[in-house]
Design a protein around this ligand. Structure first.
Ligand code: ADP
Length: 220
């Protein structure tokens, strides 16, 4: 079989999610083996990914033939076809090697994948909905949530963070957050220092526990 490169990922199911993910990995220099059972989809990714193969991923023999068991990482982007998602993931779990990332389209789907033993269950629509809610509310421009309720928020400096050096304001002690970067109008992102003074038309990145960082970002 094909020897998997150190920086290579197998992506199974090149739908909207798997397809975008595969293209982004490839753009970042990762070698991608794309697998999909749909001939048209396979053709549309031909030449765009390192390898594209038409195959049914629910069959263990097929996965072995494609050396998926030799990859370090595999992403299952199948969602709508629950049976195919679960069968494919179960097969992959019998392999020792690849770290598995699997997409779920519902809460029960996510629960089942987690029960099977998938460590990385992704819920793109659910997560994106939550993220966009913060943007829709207004004061937050961008929002990334990590595990354990830790977030990074792009926002504009609240009044309490303006006009005096950050070193003097002591925001970390008072609000439990850190302002890690600033972007001046028409400027580039730079790290903040104790000397940085923020103004109302700056953008900042606030980092900290979710409730504190959100509270701070919505502070007058
Ligand atoms: P999205 O919402 O991201 O488009 P879908 O679940 O609709 O996700 O699409 C998943 C992709 O997985 C489709 O392109 C489909 O052809 C492919 N797929 C479904 N079942 C299998 C299977 N058994 N083997 C390989 N690919 C499959």
């Amino acid at each position: 079989g094909r020897a998997a490169q150190a920086d290579s990922v197998a992506v199974i199911g090149l739908g909207r999610f798997g397809g975008s993910l595969a293209l982004e990995l490839e753009a970042q220099g990762t070698e991608v083996l794309g697998i999909d059972s749909n001939e048209e989809i396979v053709q549309s990714y031909n030449g765009l990914l390192t390898h594209v193969v038409r195959a049914d991923s629910t069959k263990e023999a097929v996965l072995r033939q494609l050396s998926v068991h030799e990859f370090d990482r595999v992403v299952v982007g199948i969602g709508t076809d629950l049976e195919a998602s679960i069968l494919t993931t179960s097969r992959l779990l019998t392999f020792k090697r690849p770290q598995i990332w699997a997409k779920a389209i519902s809460e029960p789907h996510a629960e089942i994948l987690a029960q099977l033993g998938v460590e990385n269950v992704i819920r793109p629509e659910h997560d994106m909905g939550k993220r966009v809610a913060h943007l829709v509310r207004g004061s937050i421009l961008d929002y990334v949530e990590f595990e354990d309720d830790f977030v990074m928020i792009r926002t504009q400096p609240p009044l309490v963070a303006r006009d005096r050096p950050l070193g003097v304001l002591g925001l970390r002690d008072q609000y439990g957050i850190t302002i890690v970067a600033v972007k001046r109008p028409a400027g580039a992102w730079t790290h903040t220092t104790a000397q940085t003074v923020l103004y109302d038309d700056d953008q900042i990145i606030v980092q900290g526990p979710k409730n504190l960082a959100e509270g701070f970002s919505q502070h007058a």
